[in-house]
Design a protein around this ligand. Structure first.
Ligand SMILES: [Zn+2]
Length: 512
């Protein structure tokens, strides 16, 4: 059996009835930045996303449209692929839970739990929200009768269901949270999950008989699996569980599973318990990020705050979209979106700090050196040391991405960009040119272009398109994709004699 050799990360799978909004984009971009960052670090990466296509709501939406559920999900699925391509997402796989590679393996997995005695038949009575497709216990309801998520009346339901012996795993889960504090992050979510488990776990219903749009229970064809359990299993079915043991061993357990903080009960309690029951290893980390708020409201399809990513990408471009949310909001906490703050980030950070810097430097290489990067003929002095210090802090700081602190990594990177801007001001190459100090000028412009080379690599996980455009301006033989952190992001590795091209602005002025 091969050992694990792949950095494996996942997003939650999208619910196809939704219209993609910036909340979906948020999780997906964060996961993509981590995937690109790990590739830059030299890891073999497998990045999974997909769609959650079963359940009562899908069946109902399809019926309303006079379609079969399969026709319905086939028709709406492309909107998710469109979102991924709009946002430059580099996922390695996209799983749909209606694919046989998933459904057949869900049956295998659940059969293992059934054979081990962890699934049994019983009657369930309780308050059910059809929109959540979930039961709630009395003290979770609002005013004793409303779903806490949808604020709509719940139904009292009673049905024969198969149950998973979740209660058996309470002790093991508590030991897990204590022994592996990194399993649920951030810590505030771990505490939340821990107290939920500590308050006592009930066995959970894992099947339904009232409708048939789901994965059939293999030992009892009156039942289909409850959509949540089917959905969670995508994380293992997609990578070869039960079908390709070698591929599975090389990827599982997942390194990071991204979720929104509203999904912690399923991903931090049910999911590890199911894995324990099946005798599989647990993910290294489940990371629950916060909500995106617009005007103080959570982003969702049912209110007016459901902003579509295309509305922002059309105006600000994909690079700014990807940069803005990670720079503006501490990952893990709730954060607010506003058009004005995105505009400010574009103008200040991207157009001024970074775009103008590149434009200025490349313009000077063009005017003073005929577009060819000069040899650094004189030794580096104090100004170069100060710049090198700033860049070193930026390079080192980007490692904050390892702990998903994207904001800190980007803040440090912009300290480095600031240091290059200060260096240009301090050395004033236009004066060196006037004075005829050719050697000094050569050193200065070489140092600046070398810094742009480093910056292009450092921004590439977050802004792959801008990084590629900047890289192309530098006229280097090696492709951007061959760069590795930290080996090739050290000062002085720029080959002299590169032909640079100023070209179009990296971040042109925004349309009015
Ligand atoms: Zn609900």
């Amino acid at each position: 059996m091969p050992a694990k050799d792949t950095y494996y990360l996942t997003t939650p799978i999208y619910y196809p009835n939704d219209i993609p909004h910036i909340g979906h984009g948020y999780t997906t971009v964060a996961a993509d930045v981590l995937a690109r960052w790990r590739r830059l670090r030299g890891d073999r990466v497998h990045f999974l996303t997909g769609t959650d296509e079963h359940g009562e709501n899908i069946a109902r939406a399809a019926a309303k449209r006079g379609m079969t559920p399969q026709e319905h999900v086939d028709e709406i699925n492309p909107r998710w692929h469109d979102m991924l391509s709009l946002l430059d997402i580099s996922n390695d796989d996209f799983i749909r839970t209606t694919e046989t590679r998933h459904t057949a393996r869900v049956q295998d997995f659940m059969q293992v739990l059934y054979d081990r005695g962890d699934i049994y038949l019983d009657t369930y009575r309780g308050a059910y929200c059809v929109f959540c497709e979930a039961y709630y216990v009395a003290d979770e309801l609002v005013d004793g009768r409303l779903c806490p998520v949808h604020r709509r009346p719940v139904e009292q339901r009673e049905q024969e269901n198969y149950f998973f012996r979740l209660s058996h795993y309470a002790e093991q889960l508590l030991r897990l949270y204590d022994a592996e504090p990194s399993f649920v992050q951030p810590a505030v979510r771990r505490n939340e999950v821990r107290s939920f488990v500590e308050s006592g776990l009930q066995d959970v219903s894992v099947s339904r008989v009232s409708f048939d749009w789901g994965v059939p229970v293999p030992w009892d064809d009156k039942h289909v699996f409850y959509v949540w359990f089917d959905a969670l299993l995508n994380y293992v079915t997609a990578i070869g569980y039960g079908s390709d043991p070698d591929a599975f061993q090389r990827r599982w357990p997942a390194d990071v599973q991204f979720i929104g903080k509203d999904l912690i009960r399923f991903h931090c309690v049910y999911w590890p318990a199911m894995l324990l029951a099946a005798g599989l290893a647990l993910p290294e980390q489940v990371y629950a990020h916060g909500f995106l708020l617009v005007g103080g409201e959570k982003m969702s399809k049912s209110n007016a705050t459901g902003i579509r990513p295309a509305e922002l990408v059309d105006h600000f471009g994909v690079d700014c979209y990807r940069y803005y949310f990670l720079r503006e909001i501490s990952f893990g906490q709730d954060g607010s979106f506003s058009w004005e703050s995105m505009e400010a980030r574009y103008t200040t950070d991207l157009a001024n700090d970074l775009g103008n810097l590149a434009n200025r430097v490349l313009h000077m290489v063009g005017s003073y050196c005929g577009g060819t990067v000069p040899e650094p003929a004189v030794a580096a002095g104090d100004a170069e040391s100060a710049l090198a210090g700033g860049l070193a802090a930026a390079i080192e700081g980007l490692a904050a991405f390892d702990r998903l602190d994207f904001k800190k990594g980007l803040e440090d990177l912009w300290v480095g960009i600031g240091a290059v801007n200060r260096y240009v001001e301090a050395r004033a190459p236009w004066k060196l040119h006037k004075q005829g100090a050719a050697d000094e000028l050569g050193r200065c412009l070489y140092t600046c272009v070398d810094a742009l080379r480093i910056i292009a690599v450092l921004i590439s996980p977050v802004m792959p398109d801008a990084a590629a455009r900047l890289w192309a301006k530098l006229g280097l033989d090696e492709p951007l994709s061959a760069q590795r952190y930290p080996a090739t992001v050290q000062p002085g590795l720029l080959p002299a004699g590169a032909k640079v091209e100023r070209g179009e602005l990296l971040f042109p002025k925004l349309a009015e």
